[in-house]
Design a protein around this ligand. Sequence first.
Ligand SMILES: C[S@@+](CC[C@H](N)C(=O)[O-])C[C@H]1O[C@@H](n2cnc3c(N)ncnc32)[C@H](O)[C@@H]1O
Length: 267
Amino acid sequence: MVEQRPSWAPAELDLELPNAARIYDYLLGGAANFKQDREFADNLLAVLPEARRAAQLNRAFLRRAVRFCVESGIRQFLDIGSGIPTEGNVHEIAQEIAPETTVLYVDNEKVAVTHAQAMLGDDPRTACLHADLTDPDTVLGSAEAARLLDFDKPIAVMMLAVLHFVLDSAQPHEAVARYVAAMPSGSALVLSHGRMSDRRVQRVSEQYQRSSNPGVDRGWPDIIRFFDGTELVEPGLVWAPLWRPEFADDDEPPESSLFCAGVGIKP
Ligand SMILES: C[S@@+](CC[C@H](N)C(=O)[O-])C[C@H]1O[C@@H](n2cnc3c(N)ncnc32)[C@H](O)[C@@H]1O
């Protein structure tokens, strides 16, 4: 049975095709998802029971990395593949420490953008742009970027849990290099990338082929290459829970977080 379209769902949206933003929203306990997304996520959890916890650990990395950037003096964020707003959005974390911080969110999924725009309202310090990561000219040349980002001052470019949805044929390394090139010295590249160390990766990839975001599994060297033009801060590229943890959690093997994460600073 086709689900009734809620009022917030853009008319052109294909409710039958599961989507990464809404699957992730469901894993995090959000309500901006449809039956097909939930079924997909439940199948995913059957193969990969740690996926929900992995999403939470990725959000925890986001929180620590945003704080790190603000404490390092950065007051501008460009969050690409920002997703459907969930508790602890970048502007909320950053503005708690430095209220003047500006944040431009970018996502290529309509539901994510619609929800973000509704949440942000007419806040002059934030905006959400509907654009694709692989189109840096549109993102960097947008009116929103001109309003919110001063390219003469350090900017944190965030790409969390998104690059594994960008196939090599779409040239993600070249796109990331363009963002890094546009940022002044002292800017940060904050990145997390899906990473599975066992054979289940094959089954998960096959599942995502049925969604609007077929994924790609990259090894550590290809992920580290995204940081070209920056210097990784300690502890480098590591499993997400190991990146400057706030408290020790010895119970969970770090690789069950399914994400590796790091922060590079442009010299
Ligand atoms: C798993 S969510 C991650 C959300 C958030 N960054 C986080 O880490 O919590 C991935 C997001 O990336 C978006 N996305 C996937 N491919 C994209 C692309 N090529 N350009 C922009 N956004 C993309 C999806 O729509 C989704 O909202």
